[in-house]
Design a protein around this ligand. Structure first.
Ligand code: TXA
Ligand code: MG
Length: 343
């Protein structure tokens, strides 16, 4: 069950003061937790990159409480962007637009565009309204890691280095926002999310989707991303059950994220049944990956997601990137190949 809570006035006051001082505040959104910085404060922005260990060439999303402030950030708001904003804001959609002159280049990664989002989470709204400006916020995790969907995940990532973490419970969506660029008369899907391609098409007509090879440079679009430290392998369910049986028989500990319970009993296996519904699967995906990552398995085997239903696209995208990352020690992958447990 999703618990959405409001912050007290004193929590919001502290958070706002912290941002104004150039320090960071982690806060909940309906997608994932963000690591927020005053978007006009270079020191605070530098701290975000430093803490996340993220290259400064990778731009941040500016969060605002309502579209009324959009023109502070974008020098031009194409009709398509206005239509998307009217339909999906507040909500899990980020728009990439031509940047306004005044936007700090740390926010834009030196590019001529800026990413903006109006989140729907009531606590994010409270914070943004009280702050009264833009909060630049990437997901509140170390560069390349799994995004946090609970306040305690943020604490796990950063310990005491983030002075304020607002706890708004579990993020409802659980995967990062859909990112759409509205530039030079073209609407382009840069990152799939819970706002789906056909929902976008219903509003604006044509939407370009690039193949991964020619997609523009965005950190979330690097293949090795959104990854636990244990290597992830995606396999069809029949193969998965066979691999689990053989790994378990050979005394290898393994972690599984599936859409159904196991048929057999495997003493060395941590098996999570994440169910068959795309919304609940997405909502719990990152928490499950964190649990499986800690379970001590040599590998996380993930059941291949269904094709032909776009509601699985965002989760599939993140899992494919996690699998491409190869884990902290991808040598293990080669060991697994060598002992013949991987196809
Ligand atoms: O749901 C979300 O979008 C969360 C919450 C906190 O709002 N934020 C998030 O931020 O996922 P981050 O930094 O982890 O991912 C933002 C993505 C990155 O892939 C970044 O490269 C892309 O947005 N991005 C930011 N500015 C961009 C720009 N000007 N052009 C293209 N992509 C951009
Ligand atoms: Mg991120």
């Amino acid at each position: 069950m999703v618990r959405v809570v409001r912050a007290t006035q004193s929590e919001i006051d502290t958070a706002v003061q912290t941002l104004r001082n150039g320090e960071l505040v982690a806060f909940p959104t309906e997608t994932v937790y963000g690591l927020g910085a005053h978007a006009g404060h270079p020191g605070a922005l530098r701290r975000v990159f430093e803490l996340k260990r993220r290259p400064t060439t990778h731009p941040l999303i500016v969060h605002i409480d309502s579209p009324r402030f959009l023109t502070r950030w974008a020098r031009e708001v194409p009709v398509a962007a206005t239509m998307l904003a009217e339909r999906f804001w507040p909500g899990p959609l980020t728009l990439v637009l031509p940047r306004a002159e005044s936007v700090n280049s740390l926010v834009t990664g030196g590019q001529d565009t800026v990413a903006v989002r109006v989140p729907a989470h009531p606590m994010a709204q409270q914070l943004l309204t009280a702050f009264g400006g833009g909060i630049a916020a990437p997901s509140a995790n170390r560069y390349g890691h799994v995004s946090p969907t609970r306040a305690e995940h943020v604490r796990d990532e950063f310990g005491q280095s983030v002075p304020v973490i607002l706890d708004g419970g579990e993020c409802k969506v659980g995967l990062e926002s859909t990112i759409v660029a509205c530039l030079e008369g073209t609407v382009r899907l840069l990152r799939p999310g819970s706002v789906t391609l056909s929902q976008l098409q219903r509003v604006v007509g044509e939407v370009v989707v690039d193949s991964p090879a020619d997609a523009p440079r965005v950190p979330g679009s690097q293949r090795a991303h959104y990854a636990p430290s244990t290597p992830v392998t995606i396999v069809p369910i029949d193969v998965l059950e066979k691999m689990v049986a053989s790994m378990s028989d050979s005394g290898v500990k393994v972690a599984v994220l599936a859409m159904r319970p196991p048929l057999g009993t495997y003493p060395l296996v941590t098996w999570i049944n994440a169910g068959q519904r795309p919304d609940t699967y997405s909502h719990t995906l990152y928490a499950h990956l964190r649990t499986l990552d800690k379970s001590g398995g040599a590998r996380i085997l993930v059941q291949e997601l269904p094709t032909g239903d776009e509601r699985w696209d965002a989760a599939r995208d993140r899992l494919q990137r996690a699998a491409a990352a190869g884990g902290e020690d991808s040598a293990e992958h080669h060991d697994a190949l060598a002992i013949g447990v991987l196809p």
